[in-house]
Design a protein around this ligand. Structure first.
Ligand code: KIV
Ligand code: NA
Length: 264
C-alpha cells in the first residue's frame, strides 16, 4: 500500500468513498489499524481522557502530543497522520507556527486545531508555510467550559448558520480537512455538500465524507462512557481487536456505520 496523502483524501471525496479515521496513541495499535486498512490516524488530544485519565483535554501539553505522535509514527507507514494541537498551543499565529514545527517534526503529516473564522489568519499562515491543516468544528472539547458541557452543537438555526459560515471560512483560509463533532446529521450533510474539502464526522451522521472514532470508545473499553454516536465494534468481532478495526473500516466504507441510531 502507498502512503495516504491529501490527494488520496481528495480523490476519495470525489469518488464518494468514505474515508476511515481512528485515533491511536502508540505504535502497536497504529500498526494494527494500518493492517486493517484505516486510511488516517489521528493522534488526538483525547489522549488526555483515554490515556491520562483526565476529565477533559485541557490538561494535555504539546510535549504530550509529540510523545504520542512519535510513537504512532514509528508503528506505521501508510496512514496519513494528523497531530492535534493541545489546549492553547495555537492561541496566536506565532504560537501556532512554533508548535506546528514540534508536531510535524514528531511525525505528523497534518495538524488539527479547534475553531472557525477566528483562526483564518493562522490557517492561512500555516498553509502558506507548507503545513496542511485540519479544522475541527461543532463540539470542540477544548472549549468545554465555554460551551457549558459536552453537548450537540448547531441545533438552533443561528448556531447552524454560524457553523456553516465557519466551515466555509476555514476552507477559504486553506484548511484541507474538516472534523465535524456532534452536529445534527442534516447540517453535516449540507456542510459536506457545500465544501470541496472532505469532512470527517463523529456524531455527525452518515453523510460526511469520512468517519472518525476514538479507538478506546469503539473498542467499548470505558463502561462509564457510551454516548449515542459510539458503537462498540469489539462485540461485532468476538473480542478480537484486529477484527474490530476491520469491522469499522468495512462498515464505514459500506455506509453501514453510522446509522440513525448513532446520529443527532
Ligand atoms: O482528540 C480527538 O480524538 C479528536 C476526535 C474526537 C475528532 O479530536
Ligand atoms: Na482532539
Amino acid at each position: 500500500m502507498k502512503k495516504v496523502t491529501l490527494s488520496t483524501l481528495q480523490q476519495l471525496k470525489k469518488s464518494g468513498e468514505p474515508i476511515t479515521v481512528l485515533t491511536a496513541y502508540d505504535a502497536t495499535f497504529a500498526k494494527l489499524q494500518e493492517r486493517a486498512g484505516v486510511e488516517v490516524i489521528l493522534i488526538g488530544d483525547s489522549l488526555g481522557n483515554v490515556i491520562q485519565g483526565h476529565q477533559t483535554t485541557v490538561p494535555v501539553t504539546i510535549e504530550d502530543m509529540c510523545y504520542h505522535i512519535a510513537n504512532v509514527a514509528r508503528g506505521c507507514n501508510v496512514p496519513l497522520l494528523i497531530g492535534d494541537y493541545s489546549y492553547m498551543s495555537y492561541a496566536t499565529p506565532e504560537q501556532a507556527y512554533f508548535n506546528a514545527t514540534k508536531l510535524m517534526q514528531a511525525g505528523a503529516n497534518m495538524v488539527k486545531l479547534e475553531g472557525g473564522a477566528w483562526l483564518s489568519e493562522t490557517i492561512q499562515g500555516l498553509t502558506e508555510r507548507g503545513i496542511p491543516v485540519c479544522a475541527h468544528l461543532g463540539l470542540t472539547p477544548q472549549s468545554v467550559d465555554a460551551l457549558g458541557g459536552f453537548k450537540v452543537q448547531g441545533k438552533e438555526q443561528a448556531s447552524a448558520d454560524k457553523l456553516l459560515a465557519d466551515a466555509l471560512a476555514v476552507e477559504q483560509a486553506g484548511a484541507k480537512l474538516l472534523v465535524l463533532e456532534c452536529v445534527p446529521a442534516a447540517l453535516a450533510k449540507s456542510i459536506s455538500e457545500q465544501l470541496s474539502i472532505p469532512t470527517i464526522g463523529i456524531g455527525a451522521g452518515v453523510n460526511c465524507d469520512g468517519q472518525v472514532l476514538v479507538m478506546h470508545d469503539m473498542l467499548g473499553l470505558n463502561e462509564q462512557f457510551s454516548p449515542k454516536f459510539v458503537k462498540n465494534f469489539l462485540t461485532d468481532s468476538d473480542g478480537d481487536i484486529r477484527g474490530a478495526f476491520e469491522a469499522f473500516v468495512k462498515q464505514v466504507k459500506a455506509r453501514e456505520f453510522p446509522t440513525e441510531q448513532h446520529s443527532f
